[in-house]
Design a protein around this ligand. Sequence first.
Ligand code: NDP
Length: 240
Amino acid sequence: MNRQALVTGASRGIGKAIALRLAREGMHVWVNYLRSEQAADEVVALIQASGGNATTVQFDVSDRETCMKTLETLVEKEGAMDVVVHNAGAVSDAPFPGMDVDQWERVINTSLNSFFYVCRPLIMPMIRKRWGRIVSVSSIAALHGNRGQSNYAAAKAGLIGATRSLAKEVANRGICVNAVAPGFIATEMIDGIAADLIKQNVPMGRAGSVQEVAEVVSFLCSDAASYVTGEVINVSGGII
Ligand code: NDP
């Protein structure tokens, strides 16, 4: 039977590339989005046009009740997820003294608390299957910090801690749990960043492409990655 994968935040950017890439591996992909219904439909159409299978699934990963309920229902109807890529994330930058509590909480809820809301309903069915792959999309910001991004860096660092801990808990059940830490990747998220700044800060002198992240995620979701767990792989053009 074909494997099925949930990719959160798959309507655009890195998540879209991951959805397309996993579909090429023959997985049925559940394309999650928050607001971009049309874009998510286009991702599904692209996958179907190339012979793959996909379905959209709308929910807010930062909304505990809706997210957990939607995923419980999805598993009841469709069976366990084999692969979960927790990619959805958001930024709301401000210098720390000027950051308001909403900005702090929104980013922590979207990138960190969502790890629990997404993975908790999916983990027991995965454990029962004795095979699974979970990949968290963290960030280089988790490792270095970034001016104006205390909320984002904290969320992404917390995500690494949660990922590594879950990896240890389920390692003997055939489930691998890893994270990727992208650097500057050419998506809407970095639209405001000057090309010069990227050139100066990235040893490779350029932003990465969404496909370059998707390739690494695809490997981590494959049978080939069966002895890799609890890792964080930078996809950052040499920022270490
Ligand atoms: P984009 O802003 O291009 O896309 C974000 C995606 O996440 C969209 O599909 C969006 O859905 C979805 N999303 C946002 N909030 C929610 C939510 N609450 N519930 C469900 N879906 C949501 O982001 P990127 O592709 O650039 O980033 C993807 C991930 O990679 C993020 O976690 C980001 O932090 C991380 N990352 C990105 C880097 C970069 O340079 N681009 C660098 C390091 C890490 P919708 O379209 O409906 O709004």
